[in-house]
Design a protein around this ligand. Structure first.
Ligand code: UDP
Ligand code: MG
Length: 316
């Protein structure tokens, strides 16, 4: 079985961690090649996602010094998912298997052996699954849990506690290339590919250096992106809410009419205001959800490229 391995790493302002990440990964590559698990011309592909710091300069320096390193420089910042896709689509031209991981060493590099082993045993997609969330803050742990539950309830097939640490074979990547959507949520899309899959458990560490590039704002938009990219259930829910509201108001109307005839017309100001505010809010919320999907359609019909590569440095 062909076993040329590419490790794809999206990097956004990661100057503090790159040297360490590349040095640890290079050792891992040496070991894999030694054991005959990966081909000699395996590579580490660093994708610079329009960083504002010296990330790209460092990638170029590493490329000169280290034969494993290759680089892809995006024309501007397009976000983690698009940067990852740019790397995967570039790597699939050369590699037999591609592992994606973060730059910050949170993904345990020692799990790579088990990923490759699963691939050699015939898996096309190997999901890295976190065995515990002990290193997460209380907030991150619980918001993540709520997110998985919500996605499950909305009918999105996601692998529990799996981020973007995974291995994909060339075959799986070619299938992924067929998914043309601009609104990219890889964790929801990749399970749609199917093929033979496996999972590998690993312990996720704390960020080696630097700060998370996923502050709360980005986390929320990532969650909304994920839901609206993969599920139309929220639209169905709006319909149901609308229907229930109609029924409830008909029942209420009966009371109002009865009240009118029995002469008990009450002041009713409070009820009016409460109902007004509640339904006003509900309507705006529902319109917002519909707007989310229209926004998606708007983005999809334009079919703009998902990433633009300014430069690729790669020695075959
Ligand atoms: N990243 C990226 N573009 C962005 C934001 C993040 O390429 O706009 C990369 C980042 O460099 C890292 C990975 O995505 O390699 C995950 O980001 P981070 O570790 O900050 O997220 P967290 O682990 O806190 O969820
Ligand atoms: Mg991280």
């Amino acid at each position: 079985m062909n076993n040329r391995l590419f490790v794809v790493i999206p990097c956004y302002n990661e100057e503090e961690v790159l040297h360490e990440t590349v040095s640890r990964l290079s050792k891992k590559m040496d070991a894999l090649i030694e054991q005959g698990m990966a081909a000699k011309n395996s590579k580490i592909m660093l994708v610079n996602d329009g960083s504002k710091d010296r990330t790209w300069e460092i990638i170029k320096e590493l490329y000169e010094k280290n034969h494993y390193v290759t680089g892809v420089n995006l024309a501007k910042n397009r976000g983690h998912q698009n940067a990852l896709l740019a790397g995967l689509m570039t790597a699939k031209e050369y590699a037999d298997m591609v592992i994606s991981m973060d730059a910050d060493l949170q993904d345990d590099i020692d799990a790579v052996d088990r990923f490759v082993k699963e691939y050699l045993d015939g898996a096309d997609i190997v999901y890295g699954v976190r065995s515990s969330r002990a290193t997460d803050t209380f907030f991150k742990k619980n918001t993540a849990l709520a997110f998985y539950r919500l996605m499950g309830a909305l009918g999105v097939d996601m692998v529990y506690n799996h981020a973007d640490y995974r291995l994909m074979s060339k075959r799986a990547l070619e299938e992924l290339a067929g998914f043309k959507e601009v609104n990219l949520f890889l964790r929801g899309i990749i399970p749609m590919i199917g093929l033979k899959t496996a999972t590998v458990e690993y312990v996720r560490n704390e960020r080696f250096a630097g700060e998370s590039k996923y502050p709360l704002g980005k986390m929320i938009s990532f969650a909304i992106e994920g839901i609206t990219s993969c599920s139309v259930k929220p639209l169905r829910m709006i319909t149901m809410v609308g229907l229930l509201t109609c029924l409830a108001s008909i029942i209420y109307l009966i009371f109002v009419i009865a009240g009118y005839f029995t002469g008990g017309t009450m002041p009713g100001w409070a009820t009016m205001i409460v109902l007004l505010c509640f339904f006003g809010g509900l309507q705006i919320f529902c319109m917002g959800i519909i707007g989310e999907y229209i926004g998606k359609i708007y983005n999809e019909v334009k079919q703009r490229p998902r990433f633009i590569i300014q430069e690729t440095i790669l020695q075959d």
